[in-house]
Design a protein around this ligand. Sequence first.
Ligand code: CP3
Length: 347
Amino acid sequence: MHAPAAPKKTILRALAGELQSPPPVWMMRQAGRYLPEYRATRAQAGDFLSLCYNPELAAEVTLQPIRRYRFDAAILFADILLLPQALGADLWFVTGEGPRLSTITDAAGVAALKPLDAIHETLGPVYETVKILSRELPREVTLIGFAGAPWTVATYMIAGRGTPDQGPAHAMKAAEPEAFARLIDLLTEATIAYLSAQIEAGAEVVKIFDSWAGSLKGDDFDRYALAPARRITAALKARHPGLPIIAFPRQAGEKYVGFARATGADCVALDNSVDAAWAAEHLQVDGCVQGNLAPHHLVEGGPALVAETRRIVCAFARGPHIFNLGHGITPEADPENVHRMLEAIRG
Ligand code: CP3
């Protein structure tokens, strides 16, 4: 006699294509500055990067939103810019402004990066955080690991900071096409190694954040957003059969159509420019979709928060859906509004 198989976690069921009512839910940047307990732990760590590299405290902030809201998934607390740091870039955060990195502008800069095997030395504490979380998370909660997509990570490595239009990365792509393609290639391989190590440590799903995919047009989109996502997905699924992958080609617009099929991802995460009714018709036919409440509703609250949450739940009610925001929750959000959102989804 076999014991009945444990029921699969809600997030894993959605990613396998199952329709659930209500849908499972988590939020991008759910561990963040809108929570007083996050601000307290960050102060204890000293600064943001020290928090990322402190496994006990990084696990603690990952767990905080789970305790408060009983989300269906926890996302590893780390940052997409730890990988370039592990490859040898200098990285620091300027309070109130964001990340700063040493810049790469040519072939010599790409050649000076560390070999792939060296990344695990810097990233060891991140894998340790994953191990702690896979022990400590409630059993019904899914643990999501993540990395930035090669293009998005490259935009920060080339410019040395966030940019409104990714101008410096587009300029290097035009002026130094070979060095640029080599950087994307190298980041693709490094991302596979990084995500594989997270999976070995206990991540059950991984998400690839291509936050600046929207500025790639035509062939560039296929070459530098779609092809790397396909390569990462294929390599991870070959090494870890059955591992679900969420892709987030933010602001891809009509390029969202067919993205999951073309890359092999199990789910596309939608930004808030995508209309839910349109996405249900054109994207959900390929499988699970995740999204896409605009984060400003969690600042403003009120009837619009409830109405918009319900509209999104209804629009996606005929297929597999993971409720989420269209981008990260902002520091100005009211933690009580998250309860109102959950009530509108689950209540
Ligand atoms: O809760 C989670 O979602 C997990 C942790 C997480 C963070 N960053 C923590 C963080 C994740 C998944 C990220 C991804 C990330 N980091 C992206 C892709 C998603 C997106 O937002 O488009 C990008 C582009 C970055 C790079 C980055 N990190 C920027 C541009 C900034 C500054 C902007 C800001 O919000 O301050 C960060 C800092 C950062 N990463 C914070 C957090 C909680 C705030 C830092 C702080 O506590 O001071």
